[in-house]
Write a protein that binds this ligand. Structure first.
Ligand code: SF4
Length: 368
């Protein structure tokens, strides 16, 4: 059996930071390698978070830099290669070049378990590597497995195999309806998601043990492990838990999540940044651009410098148009209206919950 590496990427966001703390606290004997991909364009708060985390974890976080050896920042290096073509949600060369490629180089061909901080209150699926030697695990969710693994385990064509495997496992609780559920084929009236939820609700640990036993018959990285502590994990962590972990550990919540007061037309509001990543990230909302302009004017000016030769960060307007006083006012007014209507719907006192839509848009590599 090959030696399996356990890795955890720190994006600079709250969820991956909290996951690093959680893994150290819950699984102290697991030798987790922490890494971060530096684009060269992060906010100062991100670097501070990484320093705080290193102190808490008691180990170095490996800094991965694309285009190592170039005399430019990784982002600038690749921007030049792309002829000044700014990345966008439709053409996200930055994630591939600055995050995924350095990560895949870092792990090479070793079998790797990559821990990802997608929370129990999120709908999105994580990044599934194109490389078969990298397997993602999601400790904050009830379902810790990636979609590709669940697809294989619960495939109708695998029912006989999985049922035999279940029966062969020591101590299956035969009185439960777990086995009946396993036997039930997926159909338009009984979807894979429904089947998975029922199995998890019936017995999470049993399902995890079964998936692990199944993986042992495959070439997935976990096939190389004799045991895997996370099969006993039944924790589900949501947004409030993440803030609690960060505060209680002393690592702290990255400064950019902290709400700042503003006033527009006599009305008071608060804004913050909802995510980590490059300060000029095209995924940010208009109000976050205004936040950047007002809270980090130097960074905003730098973002403006990239807008040339017809390339812009936003499709509808340039940054110089966005910061016209009347435009800032309308962005703030619009934002306040949205907050009020969302507050009425979700009844959460946390601004971060209201910003959650924005938070979930984007890529797992940059924002978790
Ligand atoms: S944070 Fe945004 S701009 Fe930076 S690499 Fe990620 S997607 Fe690209």
């Amino acid at each position: 059996m090959k030696k399996v590496r356990h890795v955890l990427g720190i994006s600079g966001g709250k969820d991956s930071a909290a996951l690093a703390i959680y893994m150290k606290d819950q699984y102290p004997h697991l030798d987790v390698e922490y890494y971060t991909c530096d684009t060269g364009k992060e906010l100062e708060e991100t670097y501070q978070l990484i320093t705080n985390l290193e102190i808490y974890l008691g180990k170095k976080i490996t800094l991965l830099r694309a285009a190592d050896g170039s005399n430019e920042d990784p982002f600038d290096h690749y921007l030049k290669m792309y002829g000044g073509y700014l990345p966008s949600s439709n053409s996200r060369w930055c994630t591939r070049k600055l995050k995924l490629d350095p990560f895949e180089k870092f792990v090479g061909d070793d079998p790797v378990i990559s821990y990802v901080g997608i929370r129990g209150d999120e709908e999105r699926e994580g990044y599934i590597s194109r490389k078969t030697n990298i397997q993602s695990i999601f400790p904050f969710r009830k379902n810790i497995w990636s979609e590709d693994v669940i697809d294989k385990v619960l495939a109708n064509s695998n029912i006989k195999n999985i049922q035999d495997l279940y029966i062969s496992l020591a101590n299956p609780s035969k009185k439960s309806n777990f086995l009946d559920l396993l036997r039930q084929p997926i159909s338009p009236n009984f979807t894979q998601a429904q089947k998975l939820k029922l199995l998890l609700d019936t017995n999470t640990k049993e399902l995890n043990a079964l998936v692990f036993a199944f993986l042992k018959t495959t070439s997935y990285p976990l096939a190389n492990e004799v045991s895997f502590d996370l099969i006993d994990n039944e924790d589900v962590l949501i947004r409030a838990d993440i803030f609690r972990i960060l505060e209680e550990s002393g690592v702290g919540v990255p400064e950019y999540y902290k709400q700042v007061d503003f006033e527009v037309n006599g009305k008071k509001g608060q804004y913050a940044r909802s995510r980590s990543g490059c300060f000029f990230c095209f995924f940010q909302q208009k109000i976050e651009w205004v936040w950047l302009y007002e809270q980090h004017p130097d960074r905003f000016s730098k973002a403006m410098e990239y807008e040339k030769d017809g390339f812009t960060w936003n499709q509808e307007e340039t940054l110089s148009e966005l910061i016209k006083p009347e435009r800032i006012q309308s962005i703030k007014e619009e934002y306040l209206k949205r907050i009020v209507s969302k507050k009425n719907k979700i009844k959460s006192p946390y601004l971060i919950d209201i910003l959650s839509e924005a938070e979930e848009e984007g890529c797992a590599s940059c924002f978790i």
